[in-house]
Structure formats: structure tokens, C-alpha cells
Ligand binder design. Structure first.
Ligand code: FAD
Ligand code: EPU
Length: 341
């Protein structure tokens, strides 16, 4: 059923009070197709947009949505095949990402334990090739199925088709708003390849007193680290990192190191250097800053927060001031990671 004038405050982790002109959920491809037909009948306006909503953990609403918001609730997680080294798991796009992680851990399937506790659903996981603690979605991605809105048909995408990059995919750019991802199939390892080299994982495993490494232990270590620095959206509105970590060339990094010896960056395989945007933002004095209800998180400067009643524009304005100051101090452009609506 399509409802009218629904508040989206409870449907985005920033807690922004925007309104959807029309709103519905769907739990199957057939229901999705039916709703798109009804949209034509109800709205009489083909130019109204269709916006696909997951759990709203990577969006910032700066205006009301003139059109139909469709919340994906396609469920189901199942093992669909295996070979010598891998097990293939297919999940409905409306499944919670962390539930999928738990399913894999409980079934001793390795590969996504480092991605524990990332908010959002399965359908959004390929959108920006979610990543954390040295692992990205692309490392376990096999295929996905998506409904092509223009031709009303299902299309399968392989790893190559998705053109995954750092917080990037074809769905975020080239095919933006053209496909509704309905299921994703992941290829998990039967034998784990433990990845503990990133950040504070080793240290956390030690303080947990772990003697024998397991995917469950790594998952718990990641959960502990994340919980210690990232704000819980149920308490303070946020969408995780607001900006991407910027890449610069090695020459610029060398030059920046002269006045800013503490600058945090690491060299990529292509010779370029990825900088910690959180450090740059902190150095510009923003960490812990608050203006009205919009702020920069006190424990992680890369995360912008809504203390209650900030508007999307207030958060966006703050982000623009941050971009400007980082550009001025370091000559480094910051790019937003969050989808601005
Ligand atoms: P939404 O925010 O609902 O949607 C995001 C975008 O994808 C929108 O443009 C939407 O239209 C589109 N979309 C969603 N579902 C579909 C679909 N089925 N088909 C087509 N388009 C779709 N991200 C990381 O990568 N790593 C992290 O470590 C991380 N940590 C986070 C920590 C916190 C506290 C928070 C709040 C967020 C964090 N994020 C992180 C960001 C976020 O969790 C991910 O981007 C997540 O995948 C978003 O999922 P979602 O279902 O909430 O998507
Ligand atoms: N730092 C500071 N000050 C800060 C924050 C960070 O100096 O306020 C420096 C520290 O030196 C720290 C380094 O930045 O060691 C890296 O910080 P952290 O480990 O917290 O990770 P990040 O680079 O800020 C990225 C991702 C996160 C992901 C973590 C762990 C991006 C944009 N963000 O954050 O993803 O969870 O690494 O892998 O790549 C997200 O995308 O929403 C997200 C939370």
C-alpha cells in the first residue's frame, strides 16, 4: 500500500526530519514491479522520482522527497552452492548486513568478519563497496541481481560489471538511481584467511585474551573497536564517515610532511598516498565542534553528527565549511562519502 506524506525521521540514521510524498515497503520483485505500476496511477506524474531506501545509514536528506520512497524489505539468506574452496551465499537485499555477517560466522564461512557491525542492509552493500579493517565487499562479492527501472526487467551483474572502487561502484555513479538491487550472492572462504593487520585489531585481540584466532574472535574485536569510537545512531544521529579518505600523489605527501610532520597517510599499491581525513579535520580544529544541533564527533572527526534537531542543510553547511578549511590548510580536496538527497 502506498502511503502519503510520511516522515522519514525514523528511516535515516542521521535522524533528519524530511517527508516522503509517497512511501511504501516491498518484500519481493513482484511487489516492487506492482508498486511502480501503481505509482503511475496514483501520482499521474511520470517525472516524480523513485527513491530506494535501505536502512538510511548513508544518506543525508536536505529536502523532502517529491516522489515515491520504496523501502527494501526483501528477505532470505541461503547457501546456494559450494566448490572446493568456497561456499556461495545468496541474501535478499532487505536483510540486515550484520545479520548476514552473523549467519556466515555461525556457519563457519570466512571473509566478512572484518565487516562486522556496519549498519545498513545487504542491497546497499555493493552501492559503495562497503569496507572496513582491511576488507572490502568486492573481496567476497560474486554476483547480484537488480531490477532495471527503465526496462522493468531483472539484470545480473558480475564482479567486473560493478566496477568497484574505494567506496564506489557503477550504482553510485554511472547507473545512479537506475537499478534496484534485489539480491546479492557472496563467495565465502571455507578456510579462513585471517586479516588482523589493520588498525588496532591485533591489540584488541590481545586485550581480549584470545589464544586461538577465529573469525568469531576477529568479529568481536572489530565490534569492540567500532563501538569505542563510532557514535551509535540510536543515540546520536550520524551516517558514519561523512567524507572519504583522500588520495594524493607521493610528491604532495612529501611536501606536506615538512610543515605537518604528524600527518597520517599510507602508500597504496599505485604509489599514491591515502590520507586519514579524520586527522586533517582534527588539525583544522573541528573535532568536537558543535553549532546548534550539527556537530563533528568528539571521538572521530570524520563523522558528522546530529544531536537532535539539526536539518540536513545545517549538516551540509558544516561539511562545506570543513571542506573549505581542509583545502585552505592542506590544499587537499575532501569528497563526501554520504549520499546527499
Ligand atoms: P541507505 O543509506 O538506505 O542507502 C544508501 C544509498 O544506496 C542510497 O543512495 C540508496 O538509494 C541506495 N540504495 C540502498 N539500497 C539500494 C538497493 N537495494 N538498490 C539500489 N539502490 C539502493 N560504510 C562503510 O563502508 N564502512 C564502514 O565502516 C561504515 N561504518 C558506518 C558506521 C556508522 C555508525 C554508520 C551510521 C554508517 C556507516 N557506514 C559504513 C555507512 C553505511 O553503513 C553503508 O554505506 C551501508 O551500506 C548503507 O546501507 P543502507 O541500507 O543504510 O543504505
Ligand atoms: N584520525 C585522527 N583523528 C580523528 C580520526 C582519525 O587523527 O578524529 C587518524 C588516526 O591517526 C587514525 C586514522 O586517522 O589512526 C584512521 O582512523 P580510523 O581507524 O578511525 O579510520 P578512518 O580512516 O577514519 C575508515 C573508514 C571507516 C572504517 C574505518 C576502519 C573511510 C572514509 N572510513 O575510517 O568507514 O570503518 O576506516 O576501517 O574510509 C564509513 O565508511 O562510514 C566508515 C566508518
Amino acid at each position: 500500500m502506498i502511503k502519503e506524506n510520511i516522515s522519514l525521521k525514523g528511516y535515516n540514521t542521521f535522524g533528519i526530519d524530511a517527508t516522503a510524498q509517497y512511501f511504501s515497503t516491498f518484500n519481493s520483485v513482484e511487489q516492487l514491479a506492482g508498486l511502480l505500476e501503481s505509482k503511475k496511477l496514483i501520482t499521474h506524474n511520470p517525472s516524480l522520482i523513485t527513491f530506494i531506501l535501505g536502512e538510511g545509514s548513508n544518506i543525508l536528506f536536505t529536502k523532502n522527497v517529491e516522489g515515491l520512497v520504496l523501502k527494501n524489505e526483501i528477505k532470505g539468506i541461503e547457501k546456494i552452492g559450494e566448490d572446493e574452496n568456497y561456499v556461495y551465499v545468496k541474501a535478499g537485499a532487505g536483510e540486515s548486513w550484520h545479520q548476514l555477517v552473523l549467519f556466515c560466522i555461525n556457519n563457519n564461512l570466512a571473509g566478512i568478519e572484518n565487516l562486522s557491525l556496519i549498519p545498513g542492509n545487504v542491497g546497499a552493500s555493493p552501492m559503495q563497496n562497503i569496507g572496513a579493517y582491511g576488507v572490502e565487499l568486492k573481496d567476497v562479492f560474486y554476483t547480484l541481481e537488480a531490477f532495471y527501472l527503465a526496462e522493468k526487467k531483472m539484470i545480473q551483474f558480475t564482479l567486473q560489471d560493478c566496477e568497484f572502487g574505494y567506496r564506489e561502484s557503477v550504482f553510485k555513479r554511472k547507473f545512479k538511481d537506475q537499478f534496484v538491487i534485489t539480491s546479492v550472492t557472496y563467495r565465502l572462504f571455507k578456510t579462513p584467511r585471517f586479516n588482523t593487520s589493520y588498525g588496532a585489531i591485533e591489540q584488541e585481540l590481545q586485550s581480549m585474551g584470545i589464544q586461538t584466532l577465529s573469525i568469531k574472535a576477529i568479529s568481536q574485536a572489530v565490534i569492540n573497536i567500532r563501538s569505542s569510537k563510532l557514535p551509535d545512531p540510536a543515540i546520536i544521529g550520524n551516517a558514519g564517515s561523512f567524507f572519504k579518505n583522500p588520495e594524493i600523489d607521493a610528491e604532495q605527501f612529501k611536501e606536506l610532511k615538512i610543515p605537518f610532520s604528524g600527518i597520517v597517510g599510507y602508500t597504496l599499491d599505485n604509489g599514491r598516498v591515502k590520507l586519514a581525513a579524520g586527522w586533517l579535520i582534527e588539525q583544522c580544529g573541528w573535532k568536537g565542534y558543535r553549532k546548534g544541533d550539527a556537530g563533528c564527533h568528539a571521538k572521530q572527526a570524520l563523522v558528522l553528527v546530529n544531536y537532535g534537531n539539526a536539518t540536513g542543510d545545517e549538516i551540509l553547511n558544516l561539511s562545506e565549511e570543513i571542506i573549505e578549511s581542509v583545502q585552505k590548510k592542506f590544499s587537499v580536496p575532501l569528497e563526501m562519502e554520504v549520499n546527499i538527497i
